[in-house]
Ligand binder design. Structure first.
Ligand code: SF4
Length: 736
C-alpha cells in the first residue's frame, strides 16, 4: 500500500476534523499564537516586547537521548530561544539543529492540547483527564482480573522515567515493559555485555586513530562525541569510515571505505587476523583477556584476501588500517557502535559487536587515554534504598510476551522484542495480549511492517498513546490519546549527565491541558487501584534521590547560569562484570546461549541478486526518529527523504534525479523521489528514517517522503532479537 493508506482506512482527515469538534480546536486548528506561528515559525519570539526582562532557565535538551545542557530563554512567559549551556560539559554551549528547534515542540500548532477519546464512529472527541483516567483505569483493572496482568504491554521511548514505568508494570503484575532497543541497539548491547560486561564509550577527543563501521556519528548526532571527534581531527587524528554510504561522518573522515552492506564482520575479523599474525598485540593487552588462543585459531582463515572477497574492500586497505590502529594504540579504537551494523541492522550484529570488542581488546585501549572507557557508576542511590518508595512492588515472575530473557532469548533480557507484538496478538501465544500503552514512541512508523502492526493493534481491547503529537500510532490505533507536557514545561527526574548531576526543570508552565508522565503514571495507578505504588510526587522523589548526597533539588535548579554539581567519583570496579572478571574474547555467556565462544564469520541473511537491492536506512542530523518532521524549523531543513540510488543502477531502470519511484519489499511499498549519487554502493539503496507520516493531524509532515520501517519484514536476529531492518530486499521502479 502507499504512504497514506493506513490512517485513511479507519478515519479520514475530513471525518477527524468534522467529528472532533472542540478537540480539533485543541489539536489541529490552533489559537492565534499557533496561526501566527505557522508561516515563519517566529510568532512567539516576535510577539515578546523587547523591553521585557529575559529569564534564563538551565535544563537539559530532550530532543534526543544525549541530554545536552541548555539555557532556555524566557521572556514575558514565552520561550524565545534555546541555547547551549557553556558550563555544561556535554554540550559545551553548542546545540544541534534539533536542540535549537526544541521550542517548537511547545509551540507546534498541531500539538495535542487535551486528552482525546475515539468514539464509535472513529472520531476523536475531547475528554477530561478525570474521565480518561477513570475509564482507562477501570478497563485495565478489568483486564487484569479477567485475562491476567500479562495481558498488558507497555511500549516506551525515550525512557526518561523508565523506573516509574517499570514500577507501574510491577504493581500491575505485567512483565511486559518494552523499550525500543530491538530497533536500535540490542545487538550492540548483547555483544558488549557478553565480552566486557558493559557497553563502553570512546575517548573521542583524545584518540589518534578512529575507525567507524557504519556509525553515522554526524547523522544520528551525539553532540559530545561529534565535538570530541572534531577536536581529535584538529589534533591530527586519523578518521576512517567503513560505510556502504557516504554518510555525514564519512564525508568528514580522512578515508571513506565503501563496504558491502552486512559484511563489516569480515573486515573486522581480518583486522584481528592481521594484528595476531603480525604480532602487533602487546602482552599486556592479552593479559586482560581470556580466550586469546581460541580467538587466534578462529581467525586464522580470515585473511585480508578472504575478507576482500566478502566485503569488496581490498586486502591492502584492510591490512593498512589494522596496522594504523595498532601503531596508534592504545589511543585508538573502533567505535563501539550504536544503532547501525553493531546495533542490530543486520543478522550478524552480535557477531560484529563481539569482533569489534575483541579487536579493541587486542589494542589494549580499555581505560586508556584516547581509547575506550567503561561507564561510571551512578552517584545516585539505588531506588530500592529509598524509604520514600516503599512498598516496592516485586518484579513479576511471569514470562514475557516476546520471550526476551526466557530460554529462547536469554541474552535479550531487558531489551525485549517489541516487533513480536503483531504475531503474539494474532496468535494469542504465548498468551493473549489485550491492552497496549504506548509512551512517546511511534511503533506504527518505527517498528517493522507497520501495516501489520496497525491491524493487530486494532484487535485489542485498549490502546492508550501518551505523546505530544497525534503520532501515526495514535491516529491509526489509539482509543485514548493522552497529551504529555513537553520537556520545557515539566519537571524531570534528577539525572547524571556528563559526570554531573542535572535537573531537567520546566522553563514555563504547561500552556495547554497536559500533564507530565510522572503525573499521568500516578493518576493512572490510582485509577487502576494501584495508587499505593506511587505515594509520592516527582518533587519528593528527586529530593529523596539527592538527600544521601547532601543536596536538594534547589541546589541544582537555582543558578541562572549553573555551575554543574560534580557527581562524586565512582569507585573503580575491581573486575569487569563478566563471569571471568576479564575481557572475554571467548564468551561463556555466548556459549550458554548456544552461540560460538569466539566471533566467527556469519553471513548476512539476504543477498541482493542484481535485479533487486538491499534497503539500508539511517538517521539524519535534522530529525529524531519520527518525532520532529512536523516542526517548522526542522521541516524547512529537510521536508522529506529521498531514495539514494547509484547512477549506474538508476540509468538501467530509466530513473533520473528527482523522479518519483516505487520501492517494494515483501511486505509493503512506498513512493519517494530518487536521488542519484555515487555515495551509495550499487547493490543497495538508502533512505533516511522517520518520514512517510500517515497522520493527517501533523499537517507539515503528512505524506512527505516514505517510511523505511513499513517496508521491513518482521525479523529477529540471533541472540539479541534485534529487528535486522537492513535484511530487506526491495525492487525499485519509476512511477510513470
Ligand atoms: S544532540 Fe542535539 S537533540 Fe540531542 S540533546 Fe544535544 S542538542 Fe539536543
Amino acid at each position: 500500500m502507499g504512504n497514506a493508506g493506513v490512517g485513511e482506512r479507519r478515519i479520514s482527515r475530513r471525518r477527524f476534523l468534522a467529528g472532533s469538534g472542540a478537540a480539533v480546536a485543541g489539536l489541529a486548528l490552533a489559537g492565534s499564537l499557533a496561526r501566527r506561528a505557522r508561516p515563519g515559525g517566529r510568532a512567539w519570539a516576535a510577539s515578546a516586547p523587547p523591553s521585557a526582562p529575559e529569564k534564563l532557565v538551565p535544563s537539559i535538551c530532550q530532543m534526543c537521548s544525549t541530554h545536552c545542557g541548555i539555557l532556555v530563554h524566557v521572556r514575558d512567559g514565552k520561550i524565545t530561544r534555546i541555547t547551549g549551556n557553556p558550563e555544561d560539559p556535554v554540550s559545551r554551549g553548542r546545540l544541534c539543529a534539533r536542540g535549537q528547534a526544541g521550542l517548537q515542540v511547545v509551540y507546534d500548532p498541531d500539538r495535542l492540547r487535551q486528552p482525546l477519546r475515539r468514539d464509535a464512529s472513529g472520531a476523536f472527541r475531547p475528554v477530561s483527564w478525570e474521565q480518561a483516567f477513570r475509564e482507562i483505569g477501570a478497563k485495565l483493572a478489568e483486564l487484569r482480573s479477567k485475562e491476567g496482568p500479562q495481558a498488558l504491554v507497555w511500549l516506551t521511548h525515550p525512557e526518561v522515567l523508565a523506573s516509574w514505568e517499570q514500577r507501574f508494570l510491577n504493581a500491575y503484575g505485567s512483565p511486559n515493559w518494552t523499550p525500543h532497543a530491538p530497533t536500535c541497539y540490542s545487538s550492540r548491547n548483547v555483544g558488549w555485555l557478553a565480552t566486557l560486561g558493559a557497553v563502553p564509550s570512546g575517548d573521542y577527543a583524545n584518540t589518534r586513530y578512529y575507525v567507524s563501521f557504519g556509525r553515522g556519528i554526524n547523522d544520528g548526532i551525539s553532540n559530545p562525541q561529534v565535538q570530541g571527534l572534531m577536536t581529535a581531527r584538529r589534533h591530527g587524528a586519523h578518521l576512517v569510515a567503513f560505510d556502504p554510504r557516504l554518510s555525514g561522518f564519512a564525508s568528514l573522515a580522512d578515508e571513506w571505505v565503501p563496504v558491502r552492506p552486512g559484511t563489516d564482520l569480515a573486515v573486522v575479523l581480518a583486522m584481528i587476523h592481521v594484528l595476531i599474525a603480525e604480532r602487533l598485540v602487546r602482552p599486556e593487552a592479552v593479559a586482560q583477556t581470556v580466550g586469546f588462543e581460541e580467538l587466534a585459531r578462529a581467525v586464522a582463515p580470515y585473511t585480508p584476501d578472504w575478507a576482500a572477497e566478502k566485503s569488496g574492500v581490498d586486502a591492502a586497505t584492510i591490512t593498512r588500517i589494522a596496522r594504523g590502529l595498532a601503531a596508534a594504540a592504545p589511543a585508538a579504537f573502533v567505535d563501539p557502535g550504536w544503532h547501525g551494523p553493531q546495533g542490530g541492522m543486520y543478522w550478524n550484529g552480535v557477531a560484529l559487536t563481539r569482533a569489534t570488542a575483541c579487536l579493541n581488546a587486542l589494542l589494549g585501549n580499555l581505560g586508556q587515554k584516547g581509547g575506550l572507557k567503561l561507564p561510571g557508576a551512578s552517584p545516585l542511590p539505588d531506588e530500592k534504598s529509598l524509604a520514600l518508595l516503599q512498598p516496592i512492588p516485586e518484579a513479576p515472575k511471569l514470562p514475557r510476551f516476546d520471550g526476551a530473557g526466557g530460554p529462547e532469548w536469554p541474552l535479550a533480557k531487558g531489551m525485549g522484542r517489541a516487533q513480536a507484538l503483531p504475531e503474539v496478538i494474532e496468535s494469542g501465544k504465548p498468551y493473549p495480549v489485550r491492552a497496549v500503552v504506548v509512551y512517546h514512541t511511534n511503533p506504527v512508523r518505527a517498528y517493522p511492517d507497520g501495516d501489520r502492526l496497525v491491524r493487530a493493534l486494532r484487535k485489542l481491547d485498549l490502546v492508550v498513546v501518551i505523546d505530544h503529537q497525534m503520532s501515526d500510532t495514535a491516529w491509526t490505533a489509539a482509543d485514548y490519546v493522552l497529551p504529555e507536557s513537553t520537556y520545557l514545561e515539566r519537571l524531570g527526574p534528577v539525572q547524571v549527565s556528563g559526570g554531573n548531576l542535572v535537573l531537567p526543570q520546566p522553563a514555563i508552565p504547561p500552556i495547554y491541558d497536559t500533564l507530565g508522565e510522572d503525573e499521568i503514571l500516578r493518576r493512572l495507578a490510582q485509577a487502576t487501584g494501584l495508587g499505593a505504588a506511587f505515594g509520592y510526587t516527582l518533587e519528593e522523589y528527586n529530593a529523596a534521590l539527592l538527600a544521601p548526597l547532601g543536596l536538594r533539588p534547589a541546589d541544582l535548579a537555582e543558578r541562572e547560569v549553573p555551575l554543574p554539581v560534580r557527581a562524586p567519583a565512582a569507585a573503580q570496579p575491581a573486575a569487569l562484570k563478566t563471569p571471568s572478571g576479564k575481557i572475554e574474547l571467548a564468551s561463556s555467556a555466548m556459549v550458554q546461549a548456544g552461540g560460538p565462544a569466539v566471533p566467527v564469520w556469519e553471513p548476512p541473511l539476504v543477498e541482493p541478486d542484481g535485479g533487486n537491492f538491499r534497503l539500508i536506512t539511517g538517521h539524519v542530523p535534522m530529525h529524531t526518529h519520527t518525532s520532529t518532521e512536523n516542526l517548522a524549523y526542522l521541516h524547512a531543513l529537510m521536508p522529506e527523504n529521498q531514495l539514494w540510488i547509484h547512477p549506474s543502477r538508476a540509468r538501467a531502470l530509466g530513473i533520473a534525479e528527482g523522479d518519483l519511484v516505487e520501492v517494494r519489499s515483501e511486505v509493503a511499498s512506498q513512493r519517494l523521489k530518487a536521488h542519484l549519487t555515487e555515495g551509495i554502493v550499487p547493490e543497495a539503496v538508502w533512505m533516511a528514517h522517520g518520514f512517510g507520516c500517515i497522520s493527517p493531524a501533523q499537517r507539515l509532515a503528512y505524506g512527505k517522503g516514505a517510511s523505511d520501517a513499513v517496508l521491513t519484514p518482521v525479523r529477529s536476529a540471533p541472540y539479541s532479537g534485534a529487528c535486522a531492518a537492513a535484511e530487506t530486499l526491495v525492487t525499485v521502479r519509476k512511477v510513470v
